[in-house]
Design a protein around this ligand. Sequence first.
Ligand code: NDP
Ligand code: OXD
Length: 318
Amino acid sequence: MGVEVRDIALIIDGWEADRWATQISALVPDRSVYLWPEIDHPSEIAYGVVWKPQPGALAKLPNLKAVFNLGAGVDFLFKDPDLPDVPIVRVVDDSLTTPMSEYIACQVLLHHRQHLTYAAQQRAGQWRERRQPFARDVTVGILGFGTLGHDAADKLLALGFNVRGWSRSKKHHDQVESFAGKEGLEDFLAGTDILVSLLPATPETRHMIDRQFLNKLRPDGPLGGPSFINAGRGDSQVESDILDALDAGELRGASLDVFETEPLDPASPFWHHERVIITPHAAAATDRKAISAYVYDRIIAFEAGKPLAPLADPAKGY
Ligand code: NDP
Ligand code: OXD
């Protein structure tokens, strides 16, 4: 009689791997949950539950049926040259989407309400009111108008901003102007006052946001110049160019949650830059309880014959 292939391997780089194991084991008391590298019966593993797995680790599981990535971004997985050809499920869940929209609304409002200027005035003991434009006169442009971008757009619209989105394929949204592909990029940037990047890290998006790119944003909008917010991936930005654009006054401010190298180097000039707000890749943290249940629900549905979703597309890299 053949062995039953239904067990789970957790391959998690740091990030409280043992707590994930406890949470997921509690949901599936009838099957074995192994924590990499201690996997006793690799041929009985059906599912890999991963975050930044070591390249080659998944290839050691010969009967793998699917991989569940514990975040929305799958770029770490696609860097594995031995990645098995199985469906890769990524996270699309309110527990991630809602906090991301909170982060974006918060940062957009900080730039819109000129918080960096008031913070500098406070440090200088200066009482001076600035002219405050209306949200309806400010345009927020979302680079990477996908799952997270759509939710953020709806929340920014509720605050009164104009919103536009840029993606590979054209979208249809009643109140958001959609721009697509390289041919739509210049027009998208030319009308944007606050740029929000939610782009995934792929070979195509790598280092896309450089000084030339930032210089295409609307220079003379109601806030007196553009601001940049990145909550997608640091790989898409050229960090020295962001600093140069800030120092040259081409960019009024930046909120950066993601960096090319994380954690950010203690010597980085971003830490002490007056026009920069830094958060430690915390725009939307994965909620262990919610995402363990998310993985469990999909395994049960898959074993009942339902298709796995939402899947990352290896051809697109996200
Ligand atoms: P989606 O896949 O739903 O959206 C990605 C969007 O980017 C899509 O609209 C896609 O276009 C667009 N896109 C990708 N490549 C290109 C390109 N070359 N040119 C133009 N548009 C492009 O992902 P999510 O919205 O769920 O997540 C976005 C990213 O956010 C994740 O990949 C992850 O890196 C990051 N993230 C960061 C977190 C944090 O804490 N900072 C937390 C969670 C996610 P199209 O729609 O046409 O395919
Ligand atoms: C990510 C996430 O992809 O936290 O960054 O989901």
